[in-house]
Ligand binder design. Structure first.
Ligand code: 45D
Length: 323
């Protein structure tokens, strides 16, 4: 076997620009909790308008309903405290419950709160608070991101709120977990310029049908999937659990790719294209690269999903030295 996870992670290294997102997330951590909420609220009001109602209408809120109803009957001061505690990752019963939620459930929770803030049912993020100089600088950096990058930042921050005492990966999501429904028709008959390999095409088509069994069948037993800005998820079981919880309703539109052949018959492919999340539908198209390491048998040993730093990278697949 030619690949290790480490060598696969380094495939096509240097072929893209460094993403501004990790730096923005690190700077966010340095802010006071008050600043964090102010920055987030601003970023959300900018991007949140484009959330598609269709996806949310179909989403199940069963898991968060109890928590939301508790918050609804609190005084405004208590409500503000809950939000501060979540943003500050304080160890409270509510923070622990939140910590166990899937990413989509956490997003659904905040989405409902935002609605209630607009209706005056829940205390708004202090409107009279203007933010520190550092918060304003960060906000400027967030404004410069493209739409796909902005929603990635929002999502990452929402996912890391609350209190999570576990170090191990989350258990398989339950049926009552917050599920989103596809807002755009399934993409079929994909063609990817420069790619004839059956495996990645079968991967995209399976993912676009939410057929995670078919997608996982393309992996080797100890295969790995690395989501944007995360560590690899290793092993079929962990990957399919992750897909069920995070990849529901995504629309993947790969457009072009390149293949590098290795002496032992294995291959590495880089494919770029756009991905739509059911949260935003066609309102936000994320610029994405997939880097596949395929075994000589055509199985997926590793796939990394990268959020591109600029749309130019959709076309520039190789490092500058190759051109
Ligand atoms: O008051 O091939 C705040 C994989 C606080 C699978 C708030 C993938 C203040 C394999 C929080 C601001 C999944 C890896 C309120 C591909 C406050 C694969 C509310 C990639 C009210 C391609 C904030 C998929 C709210 C990708 C409600 C890249 C914020 C998917 C809501 C990316 C934010 C999906 C939302 C993304 C963000 C979704 C809904 C980035 C959604 C982002």
């Amino acid at each position: 076997m030619a690949f290790t996870i480490e060598s696969a992670q380094a495939m096509f290294a240097g072929s893209g620009l460094a993403s501004p997102i990790p730096g923005i997330l690190a700077n966010f951590e340095e802010l006071s909790v008050e600043d964090r909420l102010a920055v987030l609220w601003y970023a959300y009001t900018e991007t949140g308008k484009s959330i598609t109602r269709a996806a949310l209408g179909a989403a199940s809120m069963a898991l968060v309903e109890g928590m939301l109803n508790d918050i609804k009957v609190m005084s405004k001061t208590e409500q503000t405290q809950v939000m501060f505690d979540l943003a500050g990752r304080v160890d409270t019963p509510l923070g622990r419950t939140y910590g166990y939620f899937s990413a989509n459930t956490k997003l659904g929770f905040w989405y409902q709160l935002a609605d209630w803030m607009n209706e005056g049912i829940v205390a708004p993020i202090p409107a009279d608070y203007s933010g520190s100089a550092d918060a304003l600088l960060l906000l400027e950096a967030v404004k410069k991101l493209d739409g796909g990058q902005q929603i990635q930042v929002l999502r990452d921050i929402v996912v890391n709120m609350g209190y999570d005492p576990t170090v191990s990966p989350k258990a398989t999501p339950k049926a009552e977990d917050f599920q989103l429904e596809r807002t755009e028709p399934v993409v079929t008959g994909l063609t990817v310029e420069g790619i004839t390999d059956a495996t990645p095409l079968a991967y995209f088509e399976a993912m676009n049908r939410d057929d995670f069994e078919a997608a996982i069948a393309l992996f080797v037993e100890d295969g790995a999937l690395q989501p944007p800005f995360q560590k690899p998820i290793v092993g079929k079981e962990a990957i399919i659990a992750y897909m069920r919880s995070e990849a529901q309703g995504l629309n993947m539109m790969p457009s072009r790719g390149i293949t590098e052949y290795l002496p032992d018959g294995s291959k590495q492919l880089k494919i770029t294209g756009k991905v739509l999340t059911p949260w935003f539908g066609v309102n936000v198209a994320m610029n994405i690269a997939w880097r596949f390491a395929l075994t000589a048998e055509g199985k997926i040993f590793f796939v990394a999903i990268d959020m591109l730093a600029s749309p130019e990278e959709l076309l520039n697949l190789r490092p500058p030295s190759y051109k």
